[in-house]
Ligand binder design. Structure first.
Ligand code: UDP
Length: 337
């Protein structure tokens, strides 16, 4: 029996495929390389001693998805495959809705047809917007500020509705800000075009590819005025998926949304400081205006992750910067797409 990892060539998916293998699971990856590289699959294969099945397919292709379930003995699914660029989703909403909702629906329907009843789903802390109360708990009000955010919320709703009436149990992991890389430096984040996220940009400045970082605002209601996020090491995040599958295997019923963060926030300026320590590079920056749509601060309540999943983050911001830098400095062009 195998775990199907959709989007398993992606940043979080590839790290999770390795973690699942290390925990004793058989793994089947499906990916269409829409935003990932075949070299990530090679890297997962190298880290897992070759024990990996891979299928290149688009999850919108119903026949291909059915084929995966016919050809492999799938017992559980970890569903990552989705478009994830917020700004792009504003420009191309219908493409985002079609891809992110359609992929989930295709996978869900194939699961139900084949009696596969355990799902771990990638969700996001974006569903909280700017929380009124911090740390933000899973019971906080949810909403969305972009088509991307809506797809995350709608996917949670679809899964919840299906779990209510069909033999399906699901854990929906609401990721905070994933950073870092596998300690081997053979797996990491490989943003195409110009990265949008803070840490990949910081690493490009450290590596000399970019002259300075633009810090988007120093007038937020935070200790140093810059935005605060709960950064979580991708290796810890991968382990949360293993823990979620264990909870499902133990017979948990229904659909549960669970935060995956460290429980503490770092400001942009603190991230720059941590990156300076990890890289030994100066990392020049300038303060510019706020980025439209940004929230001031968020960090996760981690009680449910601890109590329900038995999971908590082990790695801190210094570990994240060290591992992200090792990956970036050894692979400045990522997988070299
Ligand atoms: N940020 C920044 N400069 C950049 C990119 C991001 O100051 O070039 C800030 C951003 O305003 C936010 C934090 O870094 O406070 C994290 O941004 P990211 O896009 O990585 O994550 P998100 O905003 O989606 O949580």
């Amino acid at each position: 029996m195998a775990v199907l990892v959709t989007g398993g060539a992606g940043y979080i998916g590839s790290h999770t495929a390795v973690a699942l293998h290390d925990a004793g699971h058989e793994v089947v990856i499906v990916d269409n390389f829409a935003n990932s590289s075949p070299r990530a699959v090679d890297a997962v294969r190298a880290l897992t001693g070759g024990a990996l099945s891979f299928v290149e397919a688009d999850l919108l292709d119903e026949a291909a998805v059915r084929g995966i379930f016919e050809q492999h003995e799938i017992s559980e699914v970890v569903h990552f495959a989705a478009h994830k660029a917020v700004a792009e989703s504003v420009q191309e909403p219908s493409r985002y809705y079609r891809n992110n909702l359609g992929s989930l629906l295709g996978v869900l329907e194939a699961m139900l047809e084949h009696g596969v009843d355990k799902l771990v789903h990638s969700s996001s802390c974006t569903v909280y917007g700017q929380p009124a109360v911090l740390p933000v708990a899973e019971s906080a009000p949810v909403g969305a500020a972009s088509p991307y955010g809506w797809t995350k919320l709608m996917c949670e709703q679809i899964i919840t509705d299906v779990c209510a009436v069909r033999p399906l149990a699901a854990v929906m992991l609401r990721y905070f800000n994933p950073v870092g890389a596998h300690p081997s430096a053979t797996l990491g984040e490989d943003p195409n075009d110009i990265p949008n996220n803070l840490v990949p940009l910081v690493m490009q400045v450290a590596g000399g590819r970019r002259e300075r970082l633009a810090v988007f605002g120093d007038d937020y209601d935070t200790a140093d005025g810059s935005g605060v996020r709960d950064y979580v090491h991708v290796v810890d995040l991968a382990e949360a998926h293993v823990a979620a599958l264990e909870v499902l295997a133990a017979g948990h019923d229904g659909a549960a949304a669970v935060n995956v963060g460290t429980g503490s926030g770092s400001s942009v300026l603190e991230v720059i400081e941590a990156a300076r320590r990890a890289t030994g590079r100066p990392i020049p920056y300038e303060i510019v205006g706020r980025r439209p749509g940004d929230i001031a601060k968020t960090w996760a309540a981690t009680d449910l992750a601890r109590e329900f999943l038995g999971w908590q983050a082990k790695l801190d911001i210094d570990d994240m910067m060290r591992d992200h830098w090792r990956w970036h400095s050894q692979n400045p062009d990522g997988y070299g797409r």
